[in-house]
Write a protein that binds this ligand. Structure first.
Ligand code: NAP
Ligand code: MG
Length: 400
């Protein structure tokens, strides 16, 4: 059978540990037999990042900007232990952070649903996609612990040297704590545009929430920027597509989310997104079934799995033991990227291939063949726990 041809290369970012092992297996077993894969390969494995002084991460992000679509394997974010393990020259920054900063993107996380694995919230029959604003607020804060007797003020000096002051608190009787946070209009605007573009792309409503009733300037400003961009740039397209944007107070959003059936994008401020994405991921059953895509405001896409490099399984693998590592989110990173590449280049057969590979993956699990993490939580009667490679071969059978 003739392989599916591609036009524009896909940016391929390889990674670390168990996910690097899975990466190659997915390509060999599920992709290369069917697709004449055109990719521009970047090795983001920690060894090569160290060798290139992390230049390779920057190059891969630049290539993503150029071509428009990337697929990324999970990578190690170095800490003290990794410094010795890999004999690193420096504690290189998180590749995801570097790529996100270059693409100015927003991360969208959505669960993959399969029969047999029921969310803790039984009404959630469709995925809830969380969009987290990944800049500023408490993540770029400046904070102090202050003694009793301190007077704390917020001081802003404008471009002409004019000062504006506001009292935060007079710590007359007791000491305490203070914190300064900020955000910038351009980042909030990029966040809004990424959310609206992704909504049009995936045909889902957008909910945005903050605490504007309490934070009348800070959170209200987020609400205003979203409203203005929606009115001026997206309203007509949303109406045409039959999808909706609405803003609501975070408290109300939480209540609505729990009552909902899913199937929308929930745009969250940085902290809300950090916390809610963990809650939503857990409620859907498994971190290994969570996909993640970084979308830039100008329509560049980078797909990956939400989980890490599964270090514990990798050490077992190195000792020659069989592992049962879930490859589903990494498979979906590939299908997401191939489908997007196909859509951008007008390649229907590539889009169809991505659909078929996703269906084959889900069918395998729904037939009762799954890795250990899912076997533990699946309610199917005749389930069978298989190892990492057997799972991929079972998907390949159904794909063929
Ligand atoms: P992790 O790789 O997500 O794994 C944590 C645990 O979750 C695993 O030990 C495993 O539990 C379970 N798990 C996660 N993914 C799984 C899968 N696909 N199949 C089966 N089980 C899975 O997180 P970590 O161990 O904290 O981090 C390891 C490395 O990944 C770190 O160096 C970190 O920097 C990096 N990381 C990278 C990314 C990224 O590139 N996007 C994200 C997060 C972390 P059991 O051991 O109980 O089986
Ligand atoms: Mg979190």
């Amino acid at each position: 059978m003739a392989k599916i041809q591609m036009k524009t290369p896909l940016v391929e970012m390889d990674g670390d540990e168990m996910t690097r092992v899975i990466w190659k297996m997915i390509k060999d077993i599920l992709i290369l037999p069917y697709v004449d894969l055109k990719s521009e390969y970047y090795d983001l494995g920690l060894e090569y990042r160290n060798e290139t002084n992390d230049r390779v991460t920057i190059d891969s992000a630049e290539a993503t900007k150029k071509y428009g679509v990337a697929v990324k394997c999970a990578t190690i974010t170095p800490n003290a232990a990794r410094m010795t393990e890999y004999n690193l020259k420096e504690m290189w920054k998180s590749p995801n952070g570097t790529i996100r900063a270059i693409l100015d993107g927003t991360v969208f996380r959505a669960p993959i649903l399969v029969k047999g694995i029921t969310p803790y919230i039984p009404t959630w029959t469709k995925p809830i996609t969380i969009a987290r604003h990944a800049y500023g607020d408490i993540y770029k804060n400046s904070e102090m612990q202050v003694d009793a007797g301190s007077k704390c003020e917020l001081v802003c000096t404008d471009a002409n040297g004019k000062e504006t002051r506001q009292t935060i608190h007079n710590f007359t009787k007791s000491g305490g704590i203070i914190q300064g946070v900020h955000n910038v209009d351009s980042s909030i605007a990029s966040f809004a545009r990424s959310c609206f573009n992704y909504a049009l792309d995936t045909h889902q409503d957008v909910w945005f929430s903050s605490k504007d009733t309490i934070s009348k300037k800070y959170d209200h400003h987020f609400k205003d920027i979203f409203a203005e961009i929606y009115e001026n740039e997206y309203k007509a397209r949303f109406e045409e597509a039959g999808i909706e944007y609405f803003y609501t107070l975070i408290d109300d959003a939480v209540a609505r989310v729990i009552r909902s059936e899913g199937g929308y994008i929930w745009a969250c401020k940085n902290y809300d997104g950090d916390v809610m994405s963990d809650m939503v991921a857990t409620a859907y059953g498994s971190l290994a079934m969570m996909t993640s895509v970084l979308v830039s405001p100008d329509g560049v896409y980078e797909y990956e799995a939400a989980h890490g490099t599964v270090q514990r399984h990798y050490y077992k693998y190195l000792k020659g033991e069989t592992t049962s590592t879930n490859s589903v989110a990494t498979i979906f990173a590939w299908t997401g990227a191939l489908r997007k590449r196909g859509e951008m280049d007008g390649l229907t057969d590539l889009v169809e291939f991505a659909d078929k590979l996703e269906s084959a993956t889900i069918a395998t699990i729904e037939d009762g063949v799954m890795t250990g993490d899912l076997a533990m939580i699946s309610k199917l009667e005749n389930k069978q726990k298989v190892d990492t490679e057997t799972f991929l071969r079972e998907v390949a059978k159904r794909l063929a």
